[in-house]
Design a protein. Structure first.
Length: 66
């Protein structure tokens, strides 16, 4: 249910807001990878979660363009 709510929130946003959220998620992923490489990351599962969120955002963008 939590994921469905997130996707519904994404679908309610405009294309510009989705692009902003996509950029923010990619920056977060970069920071998580950097922390992981320097052994500062405690919750490594967060990397997988952010990657999936990026895919969800890209899917909604693609659906809007189709």
């Amino acid at each position: 249910m939590k994921i469905n709510n997130y996707v519904e929130d994404l679908r309610a946003k405009s294309a510009a807001e989705l692009n902003d959220e996509l950029v923010a998620a990619k920056k977060e992923l970069f920071n998580l990878r950097f922390q992981n490489a320097t052994n500062q990351l405690d919750n490594t599962a967060r990397i997988k979660e952010v990657r999936k969120n990026i895919a969800r955002i890209q899917t909604v963008i693609a659906q809007m363009n189709a």
